[in-house]
Write a protein that binds this ligand. Structure first.
Ligand code: HEM
Ligand code: HEM
Length: 226
């Protein structure tokens, strides 16, 4: 039975979101293992050396990159009410009311997509030989480290804001196994709108989808130029 304290998340969102969340966490951990083995400049956990950490990270991260545009298209065209709204920025100083927090939650959701795109572009531009050769100051690598920090901060904000807005029931709703009878694949795309819901979301969508396209193409262009 549906209770007002347990929000329902569409099955398609649960599938895409949880696959992405798993891949992001795996990328964060394996990425940190790469840093911890070759860099250590900003602190180290001295983790035991796992052979081929870069290869493992590369494989997980590439899967993330392939799924990211699909998740992003879902977010912009089916889940856009959970992303930033034209009025969101105006409400950002109204934290005495829940609309302030909801606006921040939606802005955070949108910014996570952008940080993931940035991580993908900078990661794609890295070369496997850099870190083993102690070349630790390439701009793409520094950018990739910044992306790691942005993702950590983004996820922390995402969890805090979701907790603030909907508490534990909202957080857990994304991991709920219950499926409504009407939530079947033939109805998943019913609300799909090609038209962007607002100019601000169109700008973010161009940045995210354009960025992902750049992540796929730029390494080849760079190779061609060498
Ligand atoms: C401290 C953190 C991180 C370090 C040191 C790191 C390191 C690396 C390295 C060395 C590569 C090149 C691997 C190769 O060419 O085989 C790479 C690629 C990549 N990374 Fe990271 N990474 C980190 C975090 C992340 C995070 C958090 C994400 C995404 C959520 C990510 C996404 C990617 C992507 C998409 C690629 C390209 C994969 C490919 O084209 O095969 N990385 N990373
Ligand atoms: C333990 C981890 C996580 C939990 C518990 C969680 C929880 C949630 C919840 C409950 C929602 C729905 C919010 C609502 O209905 O207002 C949501 C949406 C969202 N989450 Fe997460 N999340 C997690 C990790 C992540 C990660 C790692 C990403 C990174 C890509 C992410 C990106 C998003 C985005 C972009 C949305 C909006 C989806 C839409 O537009 O429909 N989440 N999350």
């Amino acid at each position: 039975m549906k209770s007002p304290t347990s929000p329902y998340q569409p099955l398609l969102l649960r599938l895409l979101h949880n696959a992405i969340a798993l891949l992001v966490f795996a990328s964060l951990i394996t990425g940190f293992m790469v840093y911890d083995r070759f860099d250590k400049r900003f602190g180290t956990l001295n983790l035991p050396i796992v052979p081929n950490t870069q290869g493992i990270h590369g494989t997980i991260a590439l899967t993330f990159l392939v799924l990211l545009p699909i998740f992003a298209l879902y977010c912009f065209h089916l889940g856009s009410r959970r992303l930033v709204q034209p009025q969101s920025l105006k409400h950002l100083n109204e934290f005495e009311k829940s609309i302030g927090w909801i606006s921040l939650q939606r802005l955070t959701n949108t910014l996570i997509l952008l940080s993931g795109t940035f991580a993908a572009i900078t990661g794609r531009m890295m070369q496997e030989e850099w870190l083993p050769n102690e070349e630790l100051n390439h701009a793409w690598y520094i950018g990739h480290l910044i992306a790691w920090v942005l993702m950590i901060v983004g996820i922390a904000m995402h969890l805090l804001m979701s907790a603030k807005v909907g508490g534990l029931p909202l957080l857990l709703s994304i991991y709920n196994w219950k499926i409504r009878a009407e939530d079947m694949p033939n109805s998943w795309f019913k609300g799909f709108k090609i038209k962007p819901s607002s100019t601000i979301l169109l700008i973010f969508e161009m940045l995210v989808i354009g960025g992902i396209a750049i992540a796929f193409v730029l390494p080849r262009v760079a190779l061609f130029k060498q």
